[in-house]
Design a protein around this ligand. Structure first.
Ligand code: NI
Length: 135
């Protein structure tokens, strides 16, 4: 019997979507307002889910305190109030789209969570736009 447990988290961060190997005009055409050279911010909402068997001893799939601390250490402390392009090494040479941010978060957490459990990351860039990555 598999059960999925989820933890919500939040961070604020700035980014700019552009490719340095493209002209400003091409970046503007593809990324629009997100190519603003002075950056812009988002209030990101994150839902991290772990799915697996219930441990018969504890009754937990995963201790949510442990999951909370992993998200804080590997995501919130790394991204919150940062400029993703300038301050976060994961995005050197990687456009910080919601898609890429979700994959980076998944990769950071995957190595921290028991391999027998499935990991899912849902990242909201706005209340209406969100991406899902499950590996
Ligand atoms: Ni944006």
């Amino acid at each position: 019997m598999k059960v999925k447990v989820s933890r919500k988290a939040h961070f604020n961060a700035a980014h700019r979507l552009y490719r340095p190997d493209w002209s400003f005009e091409k970046n503007e055409a593809v990324f629009g307002k997100c190519n603003n050279p002075r950056y812009h911010g988002h209030n990101y909402d994150l839902i991290v889910s772990v799915e697996g068997e219930i441990d018969p001893e504890t009754g937990y799939v995963m201790d949510m305190k442990v999951l909370k601390d992993l998200i804080k250490a590997h995501v919130e402390d790394a991204f919150d109030h940062k400029n993703l392009n300038e301050d976060v090494a994961d995005f050197k040479g990687l456009n910080p789209t919601a898609e890429n941010i979700a994959v980076v978060i998944w990769n950071k957490l995957r190595s921290q969570i028991d391999e027998s459990k499935k990991l899912e990351v849902v990242l909201y860039e706005t209340p209406r736009n969100f991406v899902t990555y499950t590996g």
